[in-house]
Design a protein around this ligand. Structure first.
Ligand SMILES: [Zn+2]
Ligand SMILES: [Zn+2]
Length: 357
């Protein structure tokens, strides 16, 4: 592949370590594989969890990524926008070299019953980019099948990148709420990258009003700009949410910690649905009588399906994009950007700009 420059990837050498730059020849796609030349890759909170090597299972115990089969060295990054660089012989009719595209990162094995049912992200042998396969903190990514590639036309490339996780995860969570009217309230807890995407997407998915809750006033300002009906500092607690909404028909918790889920349980209305997305971790006591008497639903949401990813791309095309705060990060500064994200230093998403050919 002498016509391609070297592949440069920021790799996690071992859990708990900073990323190191790794240089190699770019892979040659075989079969149905597609090589994508990456232009942008978002940095997600999950990348920090993978770097740490664990998430909290409950209030005290960790689940380590190595225990669930995640292996280092690993190139992180799953919010990928790029251009088709080369296609294997069996993929050549399905993609056009040079086309700008979004990449669906939540791949499965593709052949099991779960995958065949369209739930690739739930496959028992997952193959997600940046987790099980080499990801997007690189100038190239090898995609195993053209069906994971969605052309992105003239959409803003940085926005296309974050479609793979921020926007898809937000959409997957919103779609788990019941049908709501303009008299209903949704409470969105956590106005980080994914939370802001949910706030911006909400009006395209539901008629309900949105109350955004966060501990950071800067994040709340961004939430307002993204279209939140109202915003509230988390310091006002569940009493503050109840004062503003009466009660919430739906709560989406993008933090997913003990305190935020307890708030959700305190503010949810009859027949309400609580969707937990964030991976802060911990555990809560579930008031069982209340659960039954109020017909409550508490459920989780991981990311979204390939079908939902295509729906997200249709919404983005139709709306000409989505107004999200995106901060550019130089490819050479990925470690610094990870640290900044860890300190809560970004409003919205940080997106790596990969130097062109
Ligand atoms: Zn599978
Ligand atoms: Zn993510």
């Amino acid at each position: 592949m002498s016509d391609h420059p070297m592949m440069q990837s920021w790799r996690l050498p071992e859990f708990g370590q900073p990323l190191v730059l790794h240089t190699e020849d770019p892979p040659v796609p075989v079969g149905r594989e597609v090589l994508v030349r990456i232009a942008h890759c978002g940095i997600c909170h999950s990348d920090l969890h993978v770097q740490d090597g664990y998430v909290m299972a409950n209030n005290t115990d960790k689940v380590s990524f190595s225990a669930i089969g995640v292996r280092t060295p690993l190139t992180l990054g799953h919010e990928i926008m790029g251009h088709v660089a080369a296609a294997g012989p069996d993929a050549q009719g399905s993609v056009a070299v040079g086309d700008p595209c979004a990449v669906f990162p939540w791949m499965g094995c593709g052949v099991c019953e779960t995958c065949k049912a369209g739930r690739l992200e739930d496959c028992p042998t997952p193959a997600a980019l940046g987790l099980r396969r080499q990801g997007g903190f690189s100038n190239y990514v090898l995609v195993p099948d053209p069906r994971y590639i969605v052309p992105s036309g003239t959409l803003l490339p940085e926005l296309v990148a974050v479609a793979g996780c921020s926007i898809l995860t937000a959409y997957g969570a919103l779609r788990k709420l019941p049908p709501l009217t303009s008299r209903d309230w949704i409470v969105i807890i956590g106005a980080g990258g994914v939370g802001l995407a949910a706030i911006a997407l909400a009006r395209h998915v539901t008629a309900a009003r949105v109350l955004a809750v966060d501990t950071s006033d800067a994040a709340l300002e961004a939430a307002k700009a993204c279209g939140a009906t109202e915003t509230m500092n988390a310091a006002d607690g569940s009493a503050g949410v109840l004062a503003r909404t009466g009660a919430a028909a739906g709560v989406i918790d993008f933090v997913g910690g003990k305190q935020t889920v307890e708030t959700a349980l305190a503010v949810i209305a009859r027949n309400g649905v609580i969707v937990v997305v964030g991976l802060k971790g911990g555990e809560v006591g579930l008031p069982l009588t209340r659960l039954a008497l109020r017909s409550l639903t508490v459920r989780g949401s991981y990311t979204g399906t390939l079908k939902e990813f295509r729906e997200v791309m249709v919404i983005l095309e139709r709306e000409g994009g989505l107004d999200l705060p995106l901060t550019p990060v130089a490819f050479s500064e990925v470690n610094q950007a990870m640290d900044t994200l860890r300190r809560g230093g970004y409003v919205g998403r940080a997106v790596i700009a990969v130097p062109g050919p």
